[in-house]
Design a binder for this molecule. Sequence first.
Ligand code: FMN
Length: 134
Amino acid sequence: MVLINDEMRAVFEKVKVFSVATATRDGTPNVAPIATVQFQGNDEVWLGDNYMKKTLANARDNPKMAIFGWDPDAKKCYQLKGQVEIRTEGAEYEQMRAKMKAKNEAYPAKSLLILRVEEVYSCTPGAGAGDRIA
Ligand SMILES: Cc1cc2nc3c(=O)[nH]c(=O)nc-3n(C[C@H](O)[C@H](O)[C@H](O)COP(=O)(O)O)c2cc1C
């Protein structure tokens, strides 16, 4: 099933910095600005970890994540939610590490977080806002 379609991808590709939401096991929320974000296929989002602390701890303890993308020109907004996995080795990690190091060699490139998208919602204001669409 296609979760992230071309229209959604076009919105996400315009976002410069994502608000990345996680929570502790007991439900304390956290939101962090993350710029190194790559959309992979129809249902994965890769996030480069240089300096994550609470986000990383939450991903370990309660592996769920949500992000949204808003395109002010198209006036479209989508929320993605799913399970997150942490990688510190392997081909996918090496790919993200190379991307981070290419941006700035000083980046520690500690890990790759892979968000496996399970739910997509519209957050475009108006009729249908908040509805699950995939
Ligand atoms: C504009 C902007 C972009 C950022 N991009 C990243 C990023 O791609 N990866 C990263 O690990 N930290 C990035 N950071 C730094 C994290 O947001 C920062 O380390 C923050 O403390 C992480 O939140 P946490 O400690 O709650 O996990 C960025 C910060 C800003 C302001």
